[in-house]
Design a protein around this ligand. Structure first.
Ligand code: IPD
Ligand code: CA
Ligand code: CA
Length: 262
């Protein structure tokens, strides 16, 4: 498939860092049984992938700013462009040998997301989108699902866990949504949840307290697949991290239920 020069840069960077993550993922099984466990190893894998992404993206587009989960903000001379990168989204899955994790690369121009790539090196699913040019998984054009009734819908979500999130609020959300939908799912990598909405696998997704690097690429992916994505209360989702998405109907239904809950 023919990509733009920009997407080529992103794909090349993601594939190189992806090879490194995949090698490290292969080691995890052996490390599970060691006393120390694989946690330190994973945090090294994560940092290594981010350094590779930074090196490749900075080389191809000198001057662009870079925000990465591991290394924080690196300013560039070009104040209009910023990469927003999660080198390993789905760390807990990775750590447990579950092949549901991804590299997420978003590019922002003057505050607008203009390109996104989400890549799961474990199954080679590569999602790409550019503003105005559509969304693709490998060679296949993506389109959000068309279902309009929540009772037909499979909806993905995030879940609070030890040390993270508001349990009471999540329980209110579950109580409100569970009886209304065909199924709820928690896969554990927000970028891939967003990609799955773009691909029409999930009808919708919501999660609170995400970070910009979880969302940046997925936002443009969903918009280019014809979906609606935003903050539950209508603010800037990259700032609030409280995301809700789906086609326009499912998005609207989810907002109606979630908004009154906080
Ligand atoms: C996490 C994953 C997870 C979401 C968490 C995120 P990480 O990112 O996207 O699905 O529920 O809130 O922090 O830590 O694996 O990069
Ligand atoms: Ca993440
Ligand atoms: Ca991460």
């Amino acid at each position: 498939m023919l990509h733009s020069a920009l997407m080529n840069v992103m794909v090349k960077a993601a594939r190189r860092a992806g090879r490194s993550l995949k090698r490290d993922f292969g080691e995890i099984e052996n490390l599970q049984v060691s006393l120390k466990g694989p946690a330190n190893f994973v945090s090294l894998a994560d940092k290594r992938a981010e350094e590779m992404l930074y090196a490749d993206l900075a080389k191809a587009r000198p001057g662009y700013g870079f925000i990465g989960e591991e290394g924080g903000i690196r300013e560039g001379d070009d104040k209009t462009h910023t990469w927003i990168v999660d080198p390993l989204d789905g760390t807990t899955n990775f750590l447990h040998g579950i092949p549901q994790f991804a590299i997420s690369i978003g590019l922002q121009r003057e505050g607008v997301m203009i390109a996104g790539l989400i890549y799961n090196p474990a199954n080679e699913e590569l999602y790409m989108a550019e503003r105005g040019k559509g969304a693709f998984m490998n060679d296949q054009r993506l389109r959000v699902a068309a279902r309009r009734q929540l009772n037909d819908c499979v909806i993905a979500c995030g879940l609070p866990h030890l040390g993270r999130g508001d349990f009471a609020q999540n329980q209110r959300e579950m109580a409100a949504l569970q009886p209304k939908v065909a199924g709820l799912r928690r896969f554990g990598a927000a970028s891939l949840d967003l990609a799955a909405v773009a691909a029409g696998r999930f009808d919708g997704f919501w999660e609170r307290n995400l970070s910009p690097w979880d969302l940046a690429a997925g936002v443009v992916m969903i918009r280019e697949a014809g979906g609606v994505v935003g903050d539950i209360h209508g603010g800037d989702v990259l700032k609030t991290g409280n995301v809700v998405c789906g086609n326009e109907y499912v998005h609207g239904e989810l907002v109606k239920i979630l908004k009154p809950l906080g």
